[in-house]
Design a protein around this ligand. Sequence first.
Ligand SMILES: *[C@@H]1O[C@H](CO)[C@@H](O)[C@H](O)[C@H]1NC(C)=O
Ligand SMILES: *[C@@H]1O[C@H](CO)[C@@H](O)[C@H](O)[C@H]1NC(C)=O
Length: 225
Amino acid sequence: MITMWWFIITLAITAFLSSPAYAYDNNPLQDICVAVNDSKASVFVNGKICKDPKFATANDFCFSGLNVGGNAVPGLGLATKLVDVNNMPGLNTLGMSIVRLDLEPQSLFPLHTHPRAAELITVTEGTVYVGFLVSDAINIFKSRLFSKILNPGDVFVFPQGLVHFLYNTGRKKATVLAFFNSQNPGLIAIPSSIFASEPPIVDDVLAKGFQLNKTQIAELRKKFS
Ligand SMILES: *[C@@H]1O[C@H](CO)[C@@H](O)[C@H](O)[C@H]1NC(C)=O
Ligand SMILES: *[C@@H]1O[C@H](CO)[C@@H](O)[C@H](O)[C@H]1NC(C)=O
């Protein structure tokens, strides 16, 4: 009997704690919710403010230009073009977005994570070595690498929040299309977020954290800033 009450109380607490998460990609509460900046022209609030559906147009649900690459990222030999809620307002509350990635030969999209989305990719051109890391359930200070060499037509998925990379191992340009199950997946590039933070993380933390001396830390800071 007591066990059953505990079970019910635990269930009630769990239900309470897992109730509305307002900053999440929710299931849509209405058919359309075109994002709009002007709060006066809006009606509902769910994530971004929604445009009054009367004023929604086909263009709100359309983006053109993914057939060409995006702006090059200096020094990395890559270019990205992201289509998310910010440049395609009809994506608001739909929980999806898409990015095109172009990689020069031997270029790497550095180790990174998308905190709010899993990422489903397909290669349309070239050869790309990809992988993600899963922490070991027994020893959290170890991890397991899941990696693959992908060719055009191959599809691969990086589960939500896990650290991953994409590396063009071929001799020609590679192009990847990636779909996210978030309208705003987020991006944390691991090396630069750690070594080029503003203000900087104190040397001792980085030296101890990476088992390096302060000269090496200074060199890494210089490389990533
Ligand atoms: C909304 O504001 C953002 C940031 O100021 C801007 O980049 C974007 O183009 C605006 N969108 C519309 C539809 O006016
Ligand atoms: C830091 O480590 C590097 C590589 O092990 C070594 O060459 C260098 O002398 C070290 N510097 C200091 C100040 O300990």
